[in-house]
Design a protein around this ligand. Structure first.
Ligand code: TNX
Length: 505
């Protein structure tokens, strides 16, 4: 039996029925309904086909697009799309309406007769509430316009969280009024000696507002107590002297990178050498001030406080730090998020969300650490490094990326089941996130190559149910291949990996 080609949609929707025929996009097409949702459609249709559809009021005519909100039509973020004589999108909420528009944009195709839409009836809703990607703006600083571009790319794949890794050994990226030297002295550097940078509070508000207009929640991270070398450039009294580890020494020798030196910018890729002074109250004044100012700028529920790779820190100091820091985040009204190592700490604040970055087959104590968040009433975000890390190379000879967790093609990024990685109930899984660490990334162009196409695989795992008939690698590859035109028109410089049948249709 020859199966019909699947619709060119990533992520695959809950259900889709194709009808015969097409509905044309033409100069007389109009859009009726919610103005802010319509704006998202009008701009992107204009960019793709040069046709600017007007927003009008009144009764629809054949060929028009009608946007509606109906809270009774489905769960959060759900939508229905019907392409018939008229095109109707009904969102269960504003996010659902936005996702219906993203689906309609993926269906918009040109044939011999011009632009138009395959007739379909689609019902759709996400599997997980948290669908994310992470951008490391600390190792490489991305200006505001580039962060916005990354948010747009994520939202087009129905991701709804963008985690910004705002601080690391190589740089601090957000102005904090009460510790003003951070933006002057701790932000000047990046990995590889590249230019640094820092977001003003207005920059950050602009990012948050742009994200909100795409139904994306920003999840800010200040990585603590490790990954804090850069803080010492401005406030040396807050950080310990660097503590080397064997891996760092070996890597520095292999890569020809300098070792970290207290008070000097660190431009290498080593991890685990830094810590704030955990037992000193001035550090806690700093942590409280920075997190409080960050919380004030952050409408979303989460504050990520890191907790990874504190290799030079004793177990008891680490526990003291994570217990007190997670409690502080709760006290200032946010839900703490931490990397899974923090699950080694008995009394992390109840409800802390854990971000698992072990393997799809957990090693050592990683599964137990992740499960501890759930015992404490929290949930888990899955970011297995051997599948969802966008900074792993596609293949050994790929020029960008790292390979410590292996090399990852689209199949590898797709071939795992989020609810089957850890020994916890399915309800404990909040969602999936694909991190892009940027030690080797020096431009948006580099970021595009590492993210696309693999981010599409992770977005589908986050959105589409495990039992969906299209959730198969051959279907996914075909559907990704048909994003080529959209990605090109959006200026996304994806990696044309050979496993994808890239299509010009
Ligand atoms: C591990 S994953 C890190 C980062 C690095 C990344 C590189 C995690 C929580 N920490 O500091 O950038 O590997 O892949």
């Amino acid at each position: 039996m020859v199966l019909p080609d699947p619709l060119p949609l990533v992520p695959a929707p809950l259900s889709a029925i194709s009808d015969a025929g097409r509905t044309r996009l033409s100069d007389s097409t109009r859009v009726i309904g919610d103005a802010s949702a319509a704006a998202a459609l009008i701009e992107r249709v204009a960019a793709r086909c040069g046709i600017r559809i007007p927003l009008v009021a009144g009764e629809p005519r054949p060929g028009d697009v009608v946007l509606r909100l109906d809270a009774t039509s489905g769960p959060a973020e759900a939508y229905r799309l019907r392409v018939g004589d008229v095109i109707e999108i009904t969102g269960a909420d504003a996010a659902g309406l936005f996702y219906g528009i993203q689906t309609l944009l993926q269906l918009l195709r040109e044939d011999d007769e011009g632009w138009g839409w395959q007739r379909v009836r689609i019902e759709d809703a996400p599997r997980f509430a948290y669908r994310g990607m992470m951008l490391d703006v600390a190792r490489h600083f991305f200006p505001v316009a580039e962060v916005k571009a990354v948010i747009d790319r994520a939202a087009a794949l129905k991701l709804n969280h963008v985690h910004l890794h705002l601080s690391d050994d190589q740089g601090w990226r957000l102005h904090i009024d009460s510790w003003p030297l951070l933006s002057q002295m701790s932000s000047v550097s990046s990995a590889n000696g590249d230019q640094g940078g820092c977001y003003s509070k207005d920059d950050y508000r602009e990012i948050v507002a742009h994200a909100a207009s795409r139904h994306v929640t920003i999840v800010p991270e200040i990585d603590l107590p490790g990954h804090t070398h850069a803080i010492g450039l401005a406030y040396p009294e807050l950080v310990e002297d660097p503590v080397m580890n064997d891996h760092l020494l070996a890597d520095a020798a292999r890569l020809g990178q300098a070792l970290p030196v207290a008070g000097e910018p660190y431009t290498g890729w080593g991890v685990g050498h830094s810590s704030v002074r955990i037992r000193q109250e001035r550090t806690w004044r700093f942590v409280r001030d920075a997190l409080t100012e960050l919380a004030e700028l952050t409408p979303g529920p989460y504050l990520h406080i890191g907790g990874d790779e504190s290799l030079g820190t004793s177990k008891s100091d680490f526990a003291y730090f994570m217990e007190r820091a997670t409690a502080l985040v709760v006290e200032i009204g946010k839900t703490p998020v931490a990397w899974h190592e923090a699950g080694a700490v008995d009394r992390i604040a109840e409800g802390t969300v854990g971000q698992y970055w072990g393997r799809t087959s957990p090693e050592g104590t990683h599964a137990a650490e992740a499960a501890h968040f759930v015992h404490r009433g929290g949930r888990l975000i899955l970011s297995p490094a051997d599948a969802s890390y966008l900074d792993m190379k596609y293949s050994d000879d790929f020029p960008l990326g790292l390979s410590w967790a292996g090399v990852t093609d689209v199949r590898d990024a797709y071939d795992w089941e989020p609810a089957a990685v850890l020994p916890v109930d399915d309800e404990a899984i909040l969602g999936v996130e694909a991190p892009l660490w940027t030690e080797t990334v020096r431009s948006l162009h580099d970021a595009d190559q590492l993210t696309h196409p693999r981010i599409a695989a992770v977005a589908e795992l986050a959105w589409t149910s495990a039992d969906n008939p299209e959730r198969r690698i051959d279907s996914l590859r075909h559907r990704i291949g048909r994003q080529a035109l959209l990605w090109q028109s959006d200026g996304i410089r994806y990696h044309p990996i050979a496993e994808i049948p890239w299509s010009t249709r």
